[in-house]
Design a protein around this ligand. Structure first.
Ligand SMILES: *Cc1c(COP(=O)(O)O)cnc(C)c1O
Length: 476
């Protein structure tokens, strides 16, 4: 390549600007008001324009986006963002992610990027090591927990039907032996959606009861299985999205083995408990499952979108996912074609931030990240329970706390709305066992004890104000 060939993109003004915007934003995160400042109308007014015919100055476009995004979003990366289960991006993960976009590799096939393929291979091995899963399990890097559940359950569908003498990839589901799919009543909605994508309608599932923490009842599972025969898939959970609870995985795995059923574990954030020495008892037996799904964009704190599908039986995983076409240059040797393990064809090299983060944090760093989040969740619950009107609704086994205020749905909802408005921290709400609850999830590497103390003080202040207003109403 001649040295004096100039790439037209080398006018890097917009790149410098976007780096400056990023730096400024990240540096302000610890002190920002956490919460959305504007809604749809304001955002549309700022963003909507007739489609430009001649285009606009790229730097101005980038400036406009940077200015509006900061008032039109909740700062999910804030160390005091406790909504849903959302991890903030670790700096090393973010840095790697920038490079992923810079290189713009299509990580679908080895022929395009031996680098990305090798990164996937190494990152897959490290993940299996961290999670204590079989070293020969196969791994697909997908967009998130939803597609990880889909991928794993597609492998499950292939496996159980193949064992019944049916090739579902060639012959489809019509006329196939009936597959029984067992889910817990506390299963995450993405399990239902994944099963729907796979032709298992929601009403066709066998539902098993869950206890007051959201853990699948092993006894109920046993009873349900006694009534079925033939191809069977069981969906268990590590980390309930509200309570953080784990299904009794050892017992469930023994029941699954005895029934000859495929056991899938949705561990979108809970699978990371396997990386923490302190949390090991929670995940006892998890290694006996047939497939596991998890998110790296949750607890490993890599940017969206990053999920992981892991399957014990690589051949079934590949049979359910692989694609081939005459124009693709696919390998037949040891090289990895990512498309064999995921639903997508073209895709970004999303294993690179995973590789960078694991390599940089190491086993200890990841253990610490996970264990620390749980300690901070307990700290928050304890600080709030200093007020006698605050009740903790779940056993905090992981990083999730469910809190209720003055035994009232109304007070609880008002406190949640008040906290979202106040801006010190951000929490979301849920309904737990029929009662309104504030849901706190600590999933960010950057959350300090001081962040928790500040947040607890803010929540209690909002609670005081809600009580004051109710007092006024009652007096009137
Ligand atoms: C978040 C979550 C999912 C879905 O993951 P996405 O990455 O949002 O698709 C599935 N299951 C559980 C238990 C979760 O917490």
């Amino acid at each position: 390549m001649s040295e004096n060939v100039q790439h037209p993109a080398l006018d890097d003004t917009v790149l410098v600007r976007s780096h400056e915007h990023s730096q400024r934003y990240l540096q302000s995160l610890a002190t920002r008001h956490v919460g959305t400042k504007r809604g749809r109308d304001s955002m549309m007014a700022a963003l909507e324009e007739p489609l430009s015919s001649l285009g606009e100055d790229p730097a101005q476009v980038i400036d406009l986006i940077a200015e509006q995004v900061e008032i039109g979003m909740t700062d999910c990366s804030s160390p005091r963002y406790f909504g849903f289960v959302i991890g903030g991006a670790h700096p090393v993960a973010l840095a790697a992610d920038w490079l992923v976009s810079t290189w713009d590799q299509n990580a679908g096939i080895h022929a395009i990027s031996p680098f990305s393929a090798a990164v996937e291979e190494v990152a897959a091995g490290w993940l299996l090591d961290l999670f204590g899963l079989p070293t020969d399990a196969s791994v697909g890097f997908v967009t998130g927990g939803q597609m990880a559940n889909f991928t794993c359950l597609a492998a499950a569908r292939h496996h159980v039907l193949r064992a019944a003498g049916w090739d579902v990839e060639l012959d489809g589901l019509a006329g196939a032996p009936r597959v029984t799919v067992v889910v817990s009543e506390a299963a995450h909605v993405t399990i239902h959606v994944a099963l729907r994508y796979l032709g298992f309608g929601t009403r066709s599932l066998v539902q098993v009861a869950a206890d007051d923490q959201g853990r699948m009842s092993a006894d109920d599972l046993r009873k349900a299985l006694a009534a079925v025969s033939g191809p069977t898939i069981i969906c268990a959970q590590a980390g309930n999205v509200n309570s953080g609870a784990f299904d009794p995985l050892r017992e469930i795995s023994e029941i699954a083995t005895a029934a000859g059923a495929w056991l899938h574990v949705d561990g979108a954030f809970g699978l990371w408990a396997t990386a923490s020495k302190e949390l090991a008892p929670l995940v006892d037996g998890i290694e006996n499952a047939d497939s596991w799904s998890t998110d790296a964009h949750k607890w490993l704190n890599v940017p969206y979108d990053s999920g992981v599908a892991i399957v014990r039986h690589a051949a079934d995983h590949r049979a359910a996912m692989s694609a081939s076409a005459a124009y693709l240059i696919q390998t037949s040797g040891a090289e990895r074609d990512a498309i064999d393990w995921v639903p997508e064809l073209s895709r970004r090299a999303r294993a690179i931030p995973i590789y960078a983060t694991i390599r940089s944090l190491g086993r200890q760093g990841i253990d610490d990240l996970v264990t620390r989040g749980c300690a901070r969740a307990r700290q928050m619950a304890a600080a709030l329970q200093g007020d006698s009107g605050v009740t903790l609704l779940n056993e905090i086994v992981l990083n999730q706390a469910l809190l209720r205020f003055d035994g009232s749905d109304e007070v609880t909802r008002r406190v949640i709305a008040g906290v979202q408005n106040e801006g010190t921290c951000w929490v979301s709400g849920t309904t737990w066992q029929g009662r309104a609850a504030m849901r706190i999830s600590v999933t960010n590497w950057a959350t300090t004890e001081r962040d928790i103390a500040l947040s607890a003080t803010a929540v209690l202040k909002v609670l005081g104000a809600v009580r004051g207003r109710r007092g006024d109403v009652n007096d009137a």
